[in-house]
Design a binder for this molecule. Structure first.
Ligand code: ADP
Ligand code: ZN
Ligand code: ZN
Length: 731
């Protein structure tokens, strides 16, 4: 047996390379995929062993020793290492940084493993007394802890009230809260044998997949809203889990917004579900991650970050709502979890199911090319009726009308029948602009090219792009006029309008401002299910696959916004949003009704969507994309840059555009520098160049050399830049 003397180590840095270290005699049995502690510059950092080697790339005498081995067994197995290696290369992200972003945060640190199975939680034991009146912070935290009868842990408190450790101590000393140790639930291993009564369509689809398990196939499951895609997943998962040890990975866009799926999985299978997303405690996430890597947890439900988790007995991947943009990471390592999942399935020779009522154009295109197998569920599970969608022509309404007369009439009818109504508007806050009637001044963010949105609850102006908050001025700062007017409407204003126009009914608002607060989303969803509210007004949270049985009417208040955007993907997104939100209605016996308010009811593609449905709409819109050679008929790479200095920004981008024209194959078209619609954001100017190729293969040979070259440019150090392979946004 030869013993390797050196290791190639991945480190969490932006540098596009691995680092060689010597393995000292004191460290024995070092495996690939283990974490090590190594000297790096003046610090000690954690690294991950990627390869064991005999000959280092630089003179051995200059190499430093590994200080410590942090894991006995590899925490990345060969399969997950290969996957991350591929993804780092495909998305042109440094391998070290990619490995670290795949690790739960608690494992990125060098702290020794403290996998004890108890957790400290805080409980409110007494009511707040008089003395808390002078300690408002304590009072608030006490009231909050009191709301959670099951107790809350430190991290949850800290998330809600940053820097609260001292206050918690004070509350404990006052005897108002106490800490308890909670033994975490042991994972049960019994598979509940729930019999499903699938509809004929559901059964056909699920059999088609079950008949060819254990081989690589991509299934595009296009099922209309309410068709019971989840039940199909469950029936296939049940089959897969019959093989001893088999594990299943389910990826969803945002778990926080759809707690239902977790509960349904737990109820159906009767085993603990491994939950992986960024909103659980670091400790819990590490624990779950580790029990997945040992094979103990068999069903893994996670957001995009779960796609890299080592899952030793993985037999099936499901990507639910595969069209959803949140499956693409938007910062740092810009991978698309759906595409990584497909690669992973291929590597493992297992099936992957992509489910959606409104598949992405990429996936539809791949199904047309027969790279994916297209399966359909054309009927709802509970009813034969799909919602009836119609336009409300806003041109015939008085300017500034928020709820059109046909929608208003329909609301009265549905509400009187005891049904619930959803009003959808993708704009939170009260009003998107504050304007001076006398001089035309508009409240703008000083750091972004954007208006400030007025939020009524806190009486502040907020920038939705950089989150800066400002007090609302009483007078115009330019001409001192008192004539300031709120222009347009957001969800808060709708809430106000509803309390005037529909005072007899309870309306609830569901947007990010609310869902961010104290686990209140689950409570609101439960209240909606119990019919405590009749009108639900919300943003895109409402498009995320919720199943509200008693909603029979949906009003989409403003679809124009997305239609007139400059981004070529805007129409696809708007159509998906429209169909998804419309799909919340009439999910039981009554037929749902949907009104879409627009100033352009004649828009040809909107007409197609309404009269012929999403598949026809998609094929027409795809045809237009093909004529313009837009993705998926071409492949894009965006190189984005930002800087406080506009001159540095354009010098850099023009230079790299020139280099691209010289270095890259001539078939690749270089566009730009292009200035995005919002040029300045958070104090930085932004612009990008676009590389367009008809075949993806054209990039693979040349792009790495090109990037390495960019890195050596002096101009590249004066800006912040990043590369996005298959971008889904211009900026
Ligand atoms: P989708 O995800 O396709 O929109 P869901 O999976 O949420 O649809 O299913 C919609 C509703 O129909 C759910 O309440 C679900 O429990 C119910 N359902 C699905 N399949 C069946 C079935 N075969 N028999 C009875 N109810 C079903
Ligand atoms: Zn003014
Ligand atoms: Zn801003």
């Amino acid at each position: 047996m030869t013993i390797n003397k050196f290791a190639q180590v991945g480190i969490d840095t932006p540098l596009r390379r691995l680092f060689d270290y010597r393995i000292p005699d004191s460290i024995s049995e070092l495996h690939v995929g283990c974490r090590v502690l190594i000297p790096f510059g003046k610090r000690s950092v954690v690294g991950i062993v990627v390869k064991l080697i005999d000959t280092p790339s630089i003179e051995a005498s200059r190499l430093k020793n590994i200080q410590e081995k942090l894991d006995v067994d590899a925490i990345f197995n060969a399969e997950s290492l290969a996957l991350i290696r591929w993804a780092a290369r495909y998305y042109q992200y440094p391998l070290g940084a990619a490995l670290f972003s795949a690790l739960p945060p608690a494992l990125r640190k060098s702290k020794p493993d403290d996998s004890q199975s108890t957790e400290i939680k805080w409980l409110a034991i007494n009511d707040a007394n008089e003395s808390l009146r002078r300690a408002p912070k304590q009072a608030r935290i006490h009231a909050w802890i009191k709301q959670h009868a099951e107790g809350v842990n430190k991290q949850q408190i800290r998330q809600q009230f940053p820097g609260s450790s001292v206050t918690i101590k004070a509350l404990e000393q006052r005897g108002l809260i106490k800490s308890i140790e909670v033994k975490e639930q042991q994972l049960t291993q019994t598979l509940a044998d729930n019999k499903l009564r699938l509809t004929e369509d559901q059964n056909d689809v699920s059999q088609a997949i079950i008949n060819s398990l254990h081989q690589f196939r991509v299934y595009l499951l296009e099922g209309v809203t309410g068709s019971g895609k989840t039940e199909v997943y469950f029936s296939i998962i049940s089959q897969v889990l019959k093989s001893p040890k088999a594990q299943v990975l389910i990826l969803v866009p945002e778990i926080g917004l759809t707690p239902q799926l977790h509960h349904r999985l737990e109820k159906h299978f009767g085993i603990a579900i491994g939950l992986l997303h960024s909103n659980i405690t670091e400790k819990q996430r590490k624990k779950t991650w580790l029990s997945i890597t040992t094979g103990e947890v068999r069903i893994i439900l996670g957001t995009r970050l779960a796609v890299f988790t080592p899952i030793p007995y993985l037999q099936l991947i499901v990507v639910d709502e595969e069209h959803d943009a949140s499956l693409k990471q938007q910062e740092g390592f810009l991978y698309h979890a759906r595409d990584v999942a497909i690669y992973r399935a291929k590597q493992l020779s297992i099936p992957v199911i992509l489910g959606s009522a409104t598949p992405s154009f990429e996936s539809i295109h791949n199904a047309t090319l027969e790279k994916f197998q297209h399966l359909h569920l054309n009927k709802r599970a509970h009813s034969d009726l799909m919602p009836k969608i119609q336009f409300a022509d806003m041109r015939t309404e008085k300017a500034g009308t928020i709820i059109s007369s046909p929608l208003n009439n329909a609301m009265h009818i549905h509400l009187q029948a005891g049904k619930q109504v959803i009003l959808f508007l993708n704009r939170r806050g009260y009003a998107p602009a504050l304007l001076c009637h006398d001089c035309g001044w508009v409240a703008q963010c000083s750091h972004c090219d954007s208006n400030l949105t007025y939020h009524t609850k806190i009486n502040k102006l907020i920038c939705h792009h950089c989150d800066r908050k400002k007090l609302k001025p009483e007078q115009c700062p330019k001409c001192s006029s008192n004539n300031l007017i709120m222009l347009g409407h957001g969800t808060q204003r709708i809430e106000e309008v509803l309390s005037q126009q529909f005072p007899a009914y309870s309306a609830i608002r569901l947007d990010r401002d609310i869902s961010r607060r104290k686990g209140s989303l689950e409570k609101i969803l439960a209240d909606i299910h119990q019919l405590n509210h009749q009108i639900i007004i919300g943003t895109q949270i409402l498009s995320k696959g919720h199943d509200f049985p008693d909603v029979s009417l949906v009003g989409i208040l403003d679809i124009d916004y997305g239609i007139h955007s400059t981004d070529f993907r805007a129409l696809e997104r708007s159509a998906q949003l429209l169909i998804q939100v419309a799909g919340r209605s009439g999910r039981r016996s009554t037929q749902g009704e949907v009104f879409v308010q627009t100033h352009t009811p004649d828009h040809p593609l909107l007409q197609t969507l309404l009269h012929y449905g999403y598949p026809t709409f998609a094929s027409k819109a795809l045809q237009a994309r093909s004529e313009w050679k837009l993705p998926p008929f071409s492949h894009h790479i965006a190189i984005r840059a930002r800087s406080q200095n506009n001159t540095h920004l354009y010098i850099f981008l023009e230079k790299i555009a020139d280099i691209a024209r010289q270095m890259l194959p001539t078939e690749i078209v270089v566009q730009g520098p292009i200035t995005p619609a919002m040029e300045k954001k958070a104090g930085q100017f932004r612009a990008f160049i676009l590389l367009v190729a008809n075949q993806r293969g054209l990039f693979t040979q040349s792009i790495e050399t090109y990037l390495n070259h960019i890195e050596t440019l002096a101009e590249s150090r004066k800006v912040r830049w990043s590369i996005d392979i298959d971008p889904i946004d211009n900026f």
